[in-house]
Design a protein around this ligand. Structure first.
Ligand SMILES: *Cc1c(COP(=O)(O)O)cnc(C)c1O
Length: 391
């Protein structure tokens, strides 16, 4: 299977041949020892990815199911959740938690900005919060959260740290053994993610890791208002993938196992450096075209960018022109619809794919009577990417 188009939306991301090949492997029964061995390996690799010896869950569903699993297994009805929101996906935790009778307080930044950690600290003093959600990178705004600042503040207040890693996992460090603020007790409790963003497989898997403390929170809740999303229903399968709770998506797990091999072979440190370089390079090139990233470079996500159009560029025509040339980018959400587009630069996307996008974006701008210098944009791109050999 060869991709005919370059999919640069902020998920799903380009699927590479090795992953398509794995996906197209023969479907076997979920208790077939040959499949069980692959599932087992995928679970072990997931633990390596998050650097945890605690429990991980790999379940059929989208990232939103992983969000739901994170909340419903840690916060009970009537307990309080603090949501730190940098956009659309941060906001999603509010209706989600409300659906389970959880009391929610939200700290929202203006789109393109971050919530001030000081405000988080002050809010945590006003009430007892069971958990706090952080969207590692918000896909609506291209803003990345500052885990270094937030994790110690939240743990200091005795709350659980829940990180939404959809659009960050496998691109940015999410190390569950890392002691933040040099304090052994200050660690991330839950990381949740989906398969189709920086991991680079098609949509369909919810992936989630729980610390010992998060598992203890689940136990303390007793019965919860969930069945498929209850981690206790899955724990036996994750500990022994030969057992059954609900049929795993066999072929997606082949693909996930192959994707994690790619991620771990590249190494998380190299992978994060590559994503940082890609983000800076794409934004430098687009700035040279007179376009403005919504997020300031100091808070911008390495995995995707939300880019404001210059005066006179029409969103629909611009994206259609890119699509005619085989490059697919996304529109923007909520009040930014029509005013900005979003481009993903994550997962198994390469520098040469991004170069191709820079050229085509230049052509589309020229079509809309904007004078741009494509060579200069490519030069800006290369200056930023110089340290990245892999392309
Ligand atoms: C995409 C995304 C989600 C939702 O994932 P789905 O797979 O669409 O359900 C949640 N959070 C963030 C940050 C995302 O980017």
């Amino acid at each position: 299977m060869k991709n005919r188009e370059l999919l640069l939306v902020p998920g799903p991301t380009p699927v590479v041949d090795e992953i398509y090949d794995a996906l197209a492997s023969e479907t076997r029964g979920h208790t077939d020892p040959r499949f069980v061995a692959i599932f087992k390996n995928a679970i072990e690799q997931t633990k390596k990815l998050f650097n945890t010896k605690s429990e991980v869950y790999v379940v059929a569903g989208s990232g939103t199911l992983a969000m739901e699993m994170a909340i419903v297994n840690t916060v009970g009805k009537g307990e309080r959740l603090l949501v730190i929101s940098h956009g659309y996906f941060g906001d999603r935790f509010t209706p989600l938690a409300n659906a389970f009778g959880i009391e929610v307080e939200v700290l929202q930044s203006a789109w393109g900005e971050r919530v001030d950690p000081q405000l988080v600290a002050e809010t945590l003093k006003t009430n007892t919060f069971k958990a706090v959600t952080i969207t590692h990178a918000d896909t609506s705004t291209g803003v990345m959260s500052d885990l270094e600042a937030l994790v110690p503040i939240i743990k200091d207040a005795g709350a659980l740290v829940i990180v939404d890693g959809v659009v960050a996992t496998a691109a940015l460090e999410e190390d569950m053994s890392k002691a933040y603020g040099n304090n052994e007790a200050y660690k991330i409790d839950v990381v949740l993610t989906g398969s189709q963003k920086a991991i680079g497989i098609p949509p369909g898997l919810a992936i989630i890791a729980f610390s010992e403390q998060a598992l203890a929170a689940r136990e303390a809740l007793g019965q919860i208002p969930a069945y498929y999303a209850d981690i206790n229903c899955w724990r036996g399968v994750m500990d022994n993938p030969a057992t059954y709770f609900a049929t795993p998506p066999v072929n997606l797990i082949y693909a996930y196992d192959a994707a994690l091999k790619i991620v771990l072979a590249e190494g998380m440190e190299a992978r994060e450096a590559r994503h940082i370089a890609f983000g800076k390079a794409v934004r430098a090139a687009l700035r040279s075209y007179g376009m403005t990233p919504l997020a300031d470079e100091s808070v911008a996500a390495p995995t995707l960018s939300c880019i404001l159009y210059p005066e006179g560029v029409e969103d629909g025509a611009f994206r259609a022109s890119l699509a005619e040339r085989g490059i697919i980018v996304a529109g923007s959400l909520a009040h930014l619809a029509g005013k900005a587009f979003r481009i993903g630069h994550m997962g198994n996307t390469t520098a040469s794919m991004l170069e191709q996008a820079i050229v085509v974006i230049g052509e589309a701008l020229q079509e809309q009577n904007h004078t741009v210098n494509v060579d200069q944009a490519l030069q800006a791109f290369h200056e930023q990417i110089a340290q990245v050999v892999k392309a």
